[in-house]
Design a protein around this ligand. Structure first.
Ligand code: GCO
Length: 484
């Protein structure tokens, strides 16, 4: 480890500097290095997160890992990848991690890590044909995967939509078209019947914010539409689709734990001035509360009244009752926070600042305290069902060296965030589980394959998998849990 690297780790862990000192000492001593690095998560001994009934898993998503595009319909991310300039390394999902062919090896690695659960998503364009029937070949892949996970006692957490909308539906307007919500409901009906009793938990959607805001409002994600007139409309149809799917799940799959996965980027004010604080609150309403409030409280946040009519969603009578029905769990994805101040441009609600340091390799500020604050605040604002942290993790500039990846920076990130989660639980937030994002390096959307989030390193030249030191640290944490 270089001196600079050591300083970097010291910075990202400033609140936990004793841990960092240990890390650095261990590195200097060298010999028992392997063992000491492997035991690096330092949760308090009495922490709930050290108990066997706290569920730990790893997460992935279909487009990011599967590959084998020829055996499914095209989706909006295929089209987006084929559009020059959209993906940082001009890559696509044609091969990805070749998971469709290598899934047995991947599940064996999960088994080696000792995870309780695997969160993955179903590719809608793989399982449903253009005329809306089940594609049996696509379904067979998931059935085998589900059966194998169950055999190995790894609980399947299935996400029904992780951004890969069939292209033919986008051609008819995608999430701007209300009919897509009904198509989604039909897909869920068919897939739930096909999967039968194999699933532990269903999440309807992953991060509606990303699909709606990044995909339809600012256009940095597929389908790359960019208009303020689109973002809220797309979001409403996605939330409606969530509600319609919850109807199906509650009726046809009452024994699974059914809910939704939302991402949150907590908003902090740049100063204590009234103007900055108001702008920060509006940012929070626009990017965070917009997606949870209709589900928990059957209404959109107050900022809806400040939007020009052209930007408002088309809300039909009864929509909010469909959206706001009970969920069995809330999935929370957390990576970073953002800072806001009063707007400088007319027609804007806020000014968003650049990320502060320290940052991960993707340029997001590392701020574990914001994780605690977020959970405590959500718990105050809403009457929440049990929470699962469905994603948390970091992109780091990993290097495979002599068959090893010594990602101490990622270990430090996980350690700090698991401790932040522990703090939230201590303050009364009900959290039942945690999923590391990600199981393995994969296609990081507009960033392509350059940003690595995995506990497992993927060499894209030969598809070889190597468990990183963070993966071993995770394994140790999981193995050392104690009965209640
Ligand atoms: C998301 C998605 C994941 C990402 C991860 C890192 O949150 O954007 O759920 O697919 O890969 O979050 O950006």
């Amino acid at each position: 480890m270089s001196y600079l690297h050591a300083i970097y780790i010291r910075r990202i862990c400033k609140s936990r500097s004793y841990l960092v000192d240990n890390l650095i000492r261990n590195f200097k001593s060298g010999q028992d290095r392997q063992e000491s690095i492997m035991k690096i998560f330092n949760l308090p001994t009495n922490s709930n997160l050290r108990k066997k009934d706290f569920l730990y898993g790893v997460a992935t998503a279909s487009f990011q890992i599967e590959g084998s595009v020829e055996s499914r319909l095209p989706c909006i991310w295929d089209t987006f990848c084929d559009t020059p300039g959209k993906i940082a390394d001009a890559s696509d999902g044609r091969i990805a991690c070749d998971h469709i062919n290598r899934w047995r090896e991947d599940v064996a690695i999960m088994e080696e890590l000792g995870v309780d659960a695997y969160r993955f998503s179903v590719s809608w364009p793989r399982v449903i044909t253009k005329d809306g029937q089940l594609n049996h070949e696509g379904v067979a892949f998931y059935l085998e995967l589900l059966d194998t996970l169950n055999e190995k006692q790894i609980k399947p957490f299935v996400t029904l939509y992780h951004w890969d909308l069939p292209q033919h539906l986008e051609d008819k307007g995608g999430w701007l078209n209300r009919t897509t919500a009904h198509q989604f409901q039909r897909y869920v009906e068919l897939i739930v019947e096909a999967f039968g009793h194999r699933v532990y938990s269903y999440a309807t959607f992953n991060e509606p914010y990303c699909s709606a805001f990044l995909g339809y409002e600012i256009g940095v994600h597929a389908p790359g539409k960019a208009s303020k007139e689109y973002g809220r409309k797309a979001a409403h149809h996605i939330l409606l689709a969530h509600g319609l799917a919850m109807n199906v799940l509650r009726k046809n799959s009452p024994d699974t734990m059914n809910g939704i996965v939302l991402n949150f980027t907590p908003c902090y004010s740049a100063s204590s001035s009234e103007a900055d604080k108001i702008a920060t609150d509006l940012a929070d309403q626009y990017i965070n509360q917009w997606y949870i409030k209709p589900i928990m409280d059957k209404r959109y946040p107050d900022i809806i009244d400040m939007l020009p009519d052209s930007q408002k969603p088309d809300i039909h009578e009864g929509d909010l009752d469909i959206i706001g029905q009970p969920i069995d769990f809330l999935g929370v994805n957390f990576y970073t926070r953002l800072i806001y101040s009063a707007p400088t441009e007319k027609g804007e609600f806020y000014t968003e600042h650049e990320h502060l340091s320290p940052q991960t390799d993707i340029g997001w500020e590392i701020c574990p305290e914001a994780f605690t604050d977020l959970l405590v605040r959500l718990n105050k604002l809403y009457t929440l069902p049990p929470i699962y942290i469905t994603e948390n993790g970091a992109a780091m500039a990993d290097k495979l060296h002599n068959g090893q990846v010594e990602d101490l920076d990622r270990i430090a990130y996980y350690d700090a965030h698991l401790n932040a989660l522990h703090d939230a639980v201590e303050q009364g937030v009900m959290v039942d589980g945690y999923f590391a994002w990600s199981f393995m390096d994969n296609f990081e959307w507009a960033e392509g394959y350059v940003k690595r989030f995995g506990l497992v390193y993927v060499d894209y030249e030969n598809q070889q998998r190597t468990i990183k030191q963070s993966g071993f640290a995770y394994k140790t944490l999981l193995a050392e849990r104690i009965a209640k």
